[in-house]
Design a binder for this molecule. Structure first.
Ligand code: DC
Length: 214
């Protein structure tokens, strides 16, 4: 079984996908974490987004693995570092680079060939799992998405101003949906769910119901 979940930042994709993966006992792949890990590597090694030659070399040096929903980059658990505001504010600029996208899309397709998966991201329904059994496109108002981010960030120990978060999310949406290579877009055959006024449980139930009905 292949389930694709796409949507903008803070629409609830990862929380919801994780729960569904758990309930259905299938693998969850957070593709945003992979773009974040590459961004972290580039920032740590002072590789700017316009240095395609160095990015190309870096991709040969990076080994990404998910073990129990934890992302490892070259055998190091980077799950906390990839959520830092520095990575968050830079990731869209690296995620628009074609060689990075092609490298990760290839990897994601290979992971999905081997097992049943639920994958979340921006281009899962349109590119990575074009043949998914079910495609969901989650949305929510920018204010609600910023509130959710604020809560997540404070759980991770980062304090932020909601208005700054709203601006950052808007900027990220703009870059993600206007880039040339596989932009954030609802697949034609995806089902859109506005989660602004829904609880996590309600969204999970709605999607599981859709899966059951095939
Ligand atoms: O879902 P997230 O916030 O962790 O994603 C981080 C960034 O990675 C986001 O700005 C867009 C990019 N991304 C992407 O371009 N394609 C994906 N499949 C997943 C994420």
């Amino acid at each position: 079984m292949k389930i694709a979940i796409d949507g903008p930042a803070g629409s609830g994709k990862s929380t919801i996908a994780k729960q569904i993966a758990n309930n259905l006992n299938i693998t969850y792949i957070d593709t945003g974490a992979m773009y974040r890990a590459i961004t972290l590597y580039c920032l740590n090694n002072q590789i700017s987004e316009d240095n395609l030659e160095m990015i190309k070399n870096a991709l040969h040096e990076i080994n990404l693995e998910f073990i129990n929903n934890i992302i490892f980059m070259n055998d190091l658990d980077v799950s906390l570092e990839i959520r830092s505001p520095l990575v968050t504010n830079n990731v869209s600029n690296y995620a628009k680079i074609s060689i990075i996208r092609e490298f990760l899309q290839e990897k994601q397709k290979m992971i999905a060939e081997e097992q049943s998966v639920i994958m979340d991201g921006r281009d899962i329904g349109t590119v990575v799992l074009k043949d998914a059994d079910i495609k969901i496109f989650l949305t929510a108002t920018v204010e609600e998405r910023a509130r959710r981010r604020l809560k997540d960030l404070s759980g991770d120990g980062y304090e932020m101003d909601i208005n700054i978060l709203i601006e950052e999310i808007r900027r990220r949406d703009e870059i993600d949906s206007t880039r040339l290579h596989s932009p954030l877009m609802k697949a034609e055959d995806a089902i859109e769910i506005d989660t602004s006024k829904m609880t996590i449980e309600e969204v999970v139930e709605t999607i599981e119901d859709l899966i059951r009905r095939g």
